[in-house]
Design a protein around this ligand. Structure first.
Ligand code: PFF
Length: 462
């Protein structure tokens, strides 16, 4: 690793393994855990989904997490420079990672702004009798481009999204330990306490057990369907933030003598534990909603925007202690998302810092200012939801999968660096990686990613 481009300057890092673990969990635990996992599990076999999910975690999630860790830790550099230090021809992968994170940051911030706004709406119930109409008419006016795409500002979102960006600029400019590290040390315990409170309260609601029944009743036939397995791997990749530079960047801030695999296992299982908890809380609440309406859980089960900004407002309006549920739910969404977007922006800030040999504050300004402007102009408008849909689909169904596939392929087959990387891991880790790790990485993971990409294209064609 002697292809450094910049003059050596003292590199900042996390002060301890503990701070890294909080930051890595903060990155992994995001919207994906709270509003994506519950429905994916429900829709892909319920209780039976736990099998493909666990298999995906063990055969691709953890192996790929270790791969990200070792690339960042060995080079002690941001994604482009880390790949460059592996082989100068592979630097482009890091820039691809930065592009993906740029796109995610633009729309992820808007979801956080909506969540912040809905904390307030939890008190006022401004969404009225039909939260769906509220979302479309008062909050985001255009979801159907045929009706004409308009970019009028939605005043209620303008201020929250600007506050989010200012806070992010402050955290990023404070640096890796004092900004990123401390923000996670502060928000993650708060998130866990609030979320456990939310889940405990949801379980007391009338109909909660009907919801849990719907989530966990196993449909064993799901195990024979390939889509179910693809969904499990997709959820693991998304949820662990692997394959697009985030974990490479964070691992580059770990101390030289760190148990990489032991640390990764803690992060991986903590993330899945939180997902499971979210499944319980969300389906308990949906069970209440279905019971109150006298309909089946299948009629109210949903994910994403529909879950957070339509189903939950309904639950908040109807449930005893609804305001408490609203505050806990939307604050959880906000804190989980904020610690994730920190890691997303960190990939870009670190990349620019390394490339142009800049200080932290300058790099932050250079990165955050343009993203904040684009994000605000695009997302705080009547077409925010429409833009989000396009960006989110592009990133998740193509960008992340392709980046993961290309990085593994290049490193394993073109650069042939897996044995070197394995040596680096094993020189400092308690859980040693053997041949199996290389087979999973170079064989199983590319097959799954490739299959998922082909699926994306087939769906696009139809
Ligand atoms: N892992 C985080 C989540 O589950 O929300 C962060 C994240 C992953 C954000 C993938 C966006 C994304 F496309």
């Amino acid at each position: 690793s002697s292809t450094s481009t910049s003059a050596p300057k003292k590199r900042e890092g996390f002060s301890s393994r503990k701070v890294f673990i909080f930051a890595a969990i903060g990155s992994a635990v995001g919207l994906g855990n709270i509003w994506r996992f519950p429905y994916v599990a429900y829709d892909n076999g319920g209780g039976a989904f736990m099998i493909p999910y666990l298999v995906a975690l063990l055969t691709a999630g953890l192996p790929f997490l270790f791969f990200d860790y070792v690339i960042g830790h060995r080079a002690r550099a941001s994604s482009p420079l880390a790949f460059r230090r592996l082989n100068r021809k592979t630097e482009f992968i890091g820039w691809w990672h930065m592009g993906i994170n740029f796109i995610i940051a633009v729309y992820y911030a808007a979801i956080l702004a909506w969540a912040a706004r809905y904390v307030i709406y939890s008190f006022t119930h401004e969404w009225g009798d039909d939260p769906a109409t509220f979302l479309m008419t008062d909050f985001l006016q255009v979801s159907d481009p045929a009706a004409g795409v308009t970019f009028d500002f939605v005043p209620g979102i303008l201020i929250p999204i600007m506050i989010i960006w200012v806070l992010l600029a402050v955290v990023m400019s404070l640096g890796v330990q004092k900004g990123v590290g401390l923000a996670n040390i502060f928000f993650i315990p708060l998130l866990v306490v609030m979320f456990i409170g939310l889940v405990a309260y949801s379980l007391t609601l009338n109909g909660a057990w009907t919801g849990l029944d719907a989530l966990f009743t196993p449909d064993w036939s799901a195990l024979t369907r390939p889509e179910v397995w693809v969904a499990a791997y997709g959820q693991i990749f998304f949820s662990l933030s692997i394959g697009f530079g985030i974990m490479i960047t964070y691992a580059s801030y770990l101390k030289k003598k760190t148990d990489l695999t032991g640390t990764g296992a803690v992060v991986g299982f903590a993330n899945s534990g939180f997902e499971l908890l979210a499944g319980i809380g969300v389906f308990a609440a949906l069970g209440f909603m279905a019971t109150a309406a006298g309909i089946g859980v299948s009629e109210v089960a949903t994910s994403g925007i529909g879950l957070a900004f339509i189903a939950f407002p309904t639950i908040i309006s109807q449930a005893p202690g609804g305001t408490l549920i609203g505050v806990l739910f939307f604050s959880s969404l906000l804190f989980a998302g904020f610690t994730s977007i920190i890691s997303i922006v960190e990939v870009i800030v670190a990349g620019i810092e390394d490339k142009f040999n800049l200080g932290r504050v300058r790099s932050t300004l250079l990165v955050v200012l343009p993203i904040a402007i684009i994000s605000t102009l695009l997302m705080a408008t009547t077409s925010g939801l429409f833009v989000l849909d396009i960006l989110d689909n592009f990133v998740n169904q193509f960008g992340i999968l392709a980046a993961g596939l290309v990085s593994i392929f290049v490193v394993a087959y073109l650069v042939r660096a897996l044995p070197t990387l394995r040596d680096h891991i094993n020189a400092r880790s308690s859980w040693k990686m053997g041949k199996l790790w290389m087979i999973l990485l170079a064989g199983v993971t590319p097959l799954i990613l490739g299959y998922s990409l082909v699926n994306t294209f087939i769906t696009l064609m139809n």
